[in-house]
Design a protein around this ligand. Sequence first.
Ligand SMILES: [Zn+2]
Length: 212
Amino acid sequence: MGASTSPALKAFIGETFRSQVYEDYGSHELGGVAAECEAHAGYHVAMSDFVVEVVRDGRPAREGELGHILITDLRNTVMPFIRYQIGDVGRLYREPCPCGRESFRVAVDGRLQETIVTPAGEALTGDFFQDFFHREAGVKHFQINQKRRNKLEVLLVGKRNGERIDEDSVARRLGEHVGEMRLKLFTVKGITPEASGKFRHVKSTSFSDFRL
Ligand SMILES: [Zn+2]
């Protein structure tokens, strides 16, 4: 809880312990809100304790549509959390899960502040970028800095020391997703963590364009 697990880390843990990796979802102030099942198809909401909503543009998001996650805690009578905006974006699924359980599921796409809204209005989430760079074989770490509304600076760390990353071909593939945005890619030795000690994959300046 607290930070999401990258696809690579999840695969590593699963292989190391020869077991399935299950994640749960919640926060320090709410505790555990939802948890994965064996189908790994989103987190099942603990509906007896929490109401989880996903909204965008002032309306409930459609089944599987990206929006802001709001959480109401039904049990905490001391410090009420009512439609609390947790700061994550995700999707809600009301359909029964392949595992057979019928509780609503929430899929979390990342922090709102790691969401980049393109000039065309498309929202690219932190998870989108993590998945994208996970598929780029030569890239170990990345960081995206949004310099202007239509300009992204991308820092890349290679898998092996000194190995050259083909920045042009990475830029070409990424360009298919970011539309009109200009991309500047740099290969660097390492990426500096924030003062908090956490790494930020995406520093967005357009996330507030994604309307609640
Ligand atoms: Zn399930």
